[in-house]
Write a new protein. Structure first.
Length: 310
């Protein structure tokens, strides 16, 4: 991190720009720092560089949304870098070019508003949220022994996702929840195994359940999978997370819309942009078009689909 900060300061000096670096101490720490800095900028534009993975990008996004003088850039040094991967297989290296980032312009990006918080990629409810939670548990174990099990290695990271999936599918409580669901007012209530509401197309490092999701089209891409047996769930989930849900019309329901409301009598597992999963009985999600000015180095197009996954 010190080397990256040094490079950023050198770049700022060369361009005669100010540079302030803050190392987050805990989740959400960056939000208040961004708000304070932007407020004291005397109306000048502030470009926030989120250096790290999806977690710090999530925090910086929540600090930037609503600020008329703030722009957001991503310098991807995380395990997954889901939002950046949507720009293509070569995007990670391009986005790490600090000087190119500093010289590049911005494009307006949509964000998802999830019960008061903001996200770039997705909100998962049910099985996928539990899988994410179990995977992070396995990853914490692996990162305790980085010499042998570093999640920086794609094979190790992808293996933690697969193990998390096996642990999640074995949790019987996930598949027995009845959800009251409305998508733009359409009633789609029922018993589902997993619900995926996406703004971006890549998540989980190498997954893309909704490959046509674009973070600038003003709509959410929505996918629900109905309850099935354990064996069927394993088979359907394998194809579901690779964007092949259309093969199972009797299990999967796809929609596009601007708002989704989800209610349940029992606590449901919820995961937003791979943050730690939490339990709730009501979730409201809507799209906020063009909410953030996002830096796109070299004007790279957002490709989505399977183009940006490992």
């Amino acid at each position: 991190m010190e080397a990256i900060i040094k490079d950023m300061r050198a770049c700022a000096d060369a361009l005669d720009e100010k540079c302030y670096a803050h190392v987050s101490r805990c989740p959400r720490d960056a939000v208040g720092v961004i708000l304070d800095y932007a407020e004291n900028a005397d109306g000048d534009d502030v470009r926030v560089y989120a250096v790290g993975g999806d977690g710090i990008l999530y925090d910086c996004l929540n600090g930037v949304v609503g600020l008329s003088n703030a722009e957001l850039a991503a310098i991807p040094y995380g395990d997954a870098n889901d939002f950046v991967r949507g720009f293509g297989a070569s995007a990670i290296g391009v986005f790490k070019d600090i000087r190119l980032q500093a010289l590049s312009g911005t494009v307006p990006m949509d964000v998802m508003r999830v019960s008061g918080n903001y996200a770039f990629n997705y909100c998962a409810v049910g099985l996928e949220a539990v899988i994410a939670d179990k995977s992070k548990m396995v990853q914490r174990f692996c990162n305790a022994c980085p010499k042998f099990f570093s999640t920086r290695k794609p094979f190790v990271y992808n293996s933690t996702i697969k193990l998390g999936a096996l642990l999640g599918i074995s949790d019987k409580k996930v598949s027995d929840i009845y959800y009251d669901i409305k998508v733009d007012g359409e009633d789609l209530s029922g018993v589902y195994t997993t619900l995926n509401i996406s703004n971006g197309s890549c998540y989980g490092g190498n997954l893309t359940a909704l490959p046509k999701a674009l973070p600038f089209d003003g709509e959410l891409d929505i996918l629900f999978a109905r309850k099935s047996s354990t064996i069927e769930t394993l088979y359907v989930t394998y194809h579901f997370v690779k964007g092949r849900y259309y093969k199972f019309p009797s299990y999967c329901t796809a929609r596009r819309g601007k708002s989704v409301s989800i209610r349940a009598q029992h606590p449901m597992a919820v995961c937003v942009d791979y943050e730690d999963a939490f339990l709730d009985t009501r979730i409201d999600i809507d799209i906020v078009p063009g909410a953030v000015r996002f830096v796109v180095p070299g004007g790279m197009p957002y490709k989505g689909g399977n183009s940006g996954v490992a």
